[in-house]
Design a binder for this molecule. Structure first.
Ligand code: ADP
Ligand code: ZN
Length: 733
């Protein structure tokens, strides 16, 4: 470590350093380096902070804080941790400056592991002895030895699993002297993916794309490439070749996926291609697993890591490739705390690490499409599905003309298609992006609606859990027997469908179907997700009724029919991006149909069959749709043709919120090229008990919102009961 930097970086008399603490405060603080202590930027240190001791990161040279020398405290100690690399520190600074979030808040998000390592118990790995002693070899023992001979030292449980025996056979072989025991620290065992295992034979177009991406990896330079391939074209297999190239170069890879906990099919495909599972990173990992992974990334022991957006902040010392799969996906936007878009910050990360970035999607975002058009990003296309599979046919069902009948949501054409599909022994997916039984419950007597006490939202009935839930704050309550408004008994009526109600209808019209409900209420982790995949693959389930969690990524060979129950759900409200998002979601869900051998069919039920988005879906005219969207945004100077930010002002005290908004409005910037809209009630005007107002700031490209917004906010003092959140590049507006 010493070679990289040393105390002489700070070899001035004062020996002051700046330390950034993971607190939602402004910036780093000065501390004095006690004699004999060795620090440099990136070191993790413990420091006194008020009555507490906190862990922070040395950010640079101190001394310009203007504090009296006597008030500056000494560093406490240096932690025995790898440094936070320069690129990670730069990313913290970049996000802080761009998103107008305090550096400490960004660091807190980026550290995400307790920087203190407890003493650790070693684990035992097994590998074959060079010479086999003369022992009795049962079939089970032979299998273990064969498995052990092929690959690195592994824990007994891994060997036993691969050989299909109990762990006792493995430990027995070690006791008999046929296997060697090796002790390593936990987290010290990271099997290495092998880039040179044979992958699937790629088609000509796939190979061409793969080769070009591998060239970018070899160039060891920053570039962004959009892998634009229709659903089922093999994008994953193709970017795996870029991953393989980075591995051959001995450089690390990070892959961002939108729903990592549910991506079991992706993980097994990786394992098939590279021989071992990749390291994963998401919020459900235990603290100790996070700590081990963090350290292994820093030490270069993890070669490929697949994770959620926070994986960008891991301390990769030698990043060779960043892949952002489903780059258009909204879940890359973090909406709480530090508001940032991991797709965009992934690109910044690539520039800081000087490595290529691959964005993959069948429905790229308008931002990305414009970046390609203007020559900032490369583009590679996969216009056909892999093998003999063809794209599905998409038909619109006008639900205004197909009267559905009371309490019915499956139209006659969709019902017929479902029956035919299941009768052929194939599978179907019914898509409705609404959890629960019914989105609205009202009293038949007086019309009273059951609403969340903390949010401007209706309570959603969940029949299986027998509760009413708020989907915004998690508030849950039992359904009351009597109407709280008029006192009528047993008068509540469910209005509209959720997936649970749809399941009831399915039971009625398709009693033979082996239907399964798939929502975040019943599939919430890797184990549940892979059990679901198994049930569909084995045919135990032949009809999936699901929300958006089944829309992406899944590959089910026998699934040939997709029915979209209410395509208009996302179009309500005034959101300018509603059409783009609806297109992306419905195109993705349609893409689940007919991915192998059998031709797929998609029926989309809509009351807006003439809208541009539905027409484009039916015609398969994605590019025409994007072109029209792009023209509209350009005319209104909306992103990506202009700049946009949202200010959300919130507080429990509505009067204080409105007063503060009034003062902000009076000081709002008035200049050429800037338009401030608001204050207006924010979408979700009441959320978790906080009243919310919103300003939208629209500006020409030449104007820096990062300068303008702080100048504006600094003119008005924020009362302590009010909070201001800044959302640069909001995804919904
Ligand atoms: P996409 O991500 O573009 O929707 P996938 O990468 O999921 O497509 O590929 C769709 C299916 O086709 C997967 O089961 C994948 O393993 C398979 N596949 C793609 N390319 C090949 C290939 N060259 N050889 C064999 N199977 C392939
Ligand atoms: Zn609520």
């Amino acid at each position: 470590m010493k070679s990289q930097a040393s105390t002489d970086l700070f070899a001035n008399d004062s020996q002051l350093v700046k330390v950034l603490l993971p607190l939602p405060l402004a910036g780093p603080y000065d501390y004095r380096v006690p004699p004999g202590m060795d620090v440099w930027p990136g070191r993790f240190v413990r420091v006194p902070f008020g009555p507490r001791r906190l862990v922070g990161v040395v950010w640079g040279e101190g001394g310009d804080s203007g504090l009296e020398a006597s008030r500056i405290k000494d560093l406490d100690s240096v932690l025995p941790l790898p440094d936070l690399p320069q690129a990670n520190r730069d990313l913290v600074d970049w996000i802080s400056a761009y998103c107008l979030a305090p550096q400490g808040a960004v660091l807190r998000m980026a550290m995400s592991v307790p920087a203190v390592f407890e003493p650790v118990k070693p684990i035992t790995l097994y590998e074959p002895m060079e010479e086999l002693p003369d022992i009795r070899l049962t079939a089970a023992r032979k299998r273990v030895l064969t498995v052990a001979a092929d690959g690195p030292a592994r824990p007994a449980s891994d060997l036993a699993r691969d050989a299909g025996v109990s762990t006792g056979v493995v430990t027995g072989l070690a006791d008999a002297g046929a296997l060697k025991r090796i002790s390593v620290a936990p987290g010290g065992y990271w099997p290495q993916p092998d880039p040179d295992l044979p992958g699937p034979g790629l088609s000509e177009l796939q190979s061409k794309a793969a080769l070009e991406m591998a060239e970018h990896v070899k160039a060891r330079d920053f570039s962004v490439t959009l892998l634009d391939g229709v659903t089922g074209s093999g994008k994953t297999e193709v970017y795996f070749e870029a991953v393989a190239e980075s591995l051959r170069q001995g450089r690390q890879v990070v892959v961002l996926l939108p729903e990592i906990a549910l991506s079991t099919q992706w993980l097994s495909r990786f394992e098939r291609r590279f021989g071992v599972a990749p390291a994963v990173w998401h919020s459900d990992l235990t603290q100790s697993k996070r700590r081990d992974s963090w350290k292994a990334v820093a030490e270069g022991k993890i070669q490929v890591l697949v994770g959620a957006r926070s994986a960008l902040h891991l301390p990769f010392p030698d990043l060779g490739l960043i892949v952002i799969d489903e780059e258009h996906d909204q879940s890359f936007k973090q909406e709480e705390g530090v508001i940032y878009n991991a797709r965009d910050m992934g690109i910044v990360r690539g520039r800081l690490a000087q490595c290529p970035v691959i964005l993959a999607s069948a429905t790229p975002s308008l931002e990305t499409v414009v970046n390609v058009r203007e020559g900032r990003f490369h583009k590679l296309e996969l216009p056909e599905r892999h093998g003999v599979a063809e794209l599905p046919t998409i038909e619109l069902v006008d639900i205004l003309k197909n009267s559905l009948g009371r309490q019915r949501w499956i139209s006659p054409p969709l019902e017929t298609a479902l029956k035919e599909t299941l009768a052929r022994g194939e599978q179907a997916l019914l898509f409705l992006n609404r959890r629960g039984y019914a989105p609205l419950t009202l009293c038949d007597g007086c019309g009273h609606r059951l609403e969340c006490p903390n949010c401007s939202a209706w309570l959603v009935e969940h029949r299986f859990s027998k509760r009413l839930e708020c989907h915004h704050c998690g508030y849950a309550t039992r359904k009351p027997d009597d109407c709280p408004e008029c006192g009528a008994h047993d008068s509540f009526r469910a209005c509209g469908p959720g997936v649970e109600r749809l399941a009831e209808e399915v039971e009625l019209i398709l009693p033979e179907a082996r239907a399964e409900l798939v929502t975040s209420d019943n599939i919430y982790g890797p184990a549940a997700a892979s059990a679901f995949v198994d049930r569909v693959t084995s045919g135990e389930t032949n009809l999936i009724i699901g929300t958006q969690i089944v829309a992406k990524g899944y590959h089910f060979p026998k699934l040939t029919l997709v029915g979209v129950v209410d395509a208009d759900l996302g179009l309500a409200g005034g959101d300018l991006r509603a059409a783009e998002r609806t297109y992306q979601l419905l195109h993705q869900v349609a893409g689940r149909a007919g991915r192998e051998g059998h031709k797929g069919r998609v029926l989309i039920q809509s009351a807006n069959v003439d809208s541009p988005v539905m027409e484009a879906l039916a015609k398969g005219d994605r590019d025409g749709f994007l072109e029209a969207e792009s023209n509209m945004r350009e005319l209104s100077r909306m992103p990506p043709f202009g700049r946009l930010a949202a200010l959300i002002i919130s507080g429990m005290d509505e009067v204080a919120v409105d007063r503060f908004c009034g003062e902000l409005a009076r000081k709002a910037p008035r200049m050429d090229g800037v338009l401030v809209l608001g204050p207006a009630p924010a979408p979700m005007a009441l959320l978790r008990g906080r009243h919310r107002r919103r300003f939208l700031i629209k500006a020409d490209k030449r104007i820096s919102l990062q300068k303008l917004i702080p100048q504006w906010l600094n003119q008005v003092k924020e009362p302590s009961s009010v909070r201001t959140q800044i959302d640069i590049d909001p995804v919904s507006f």
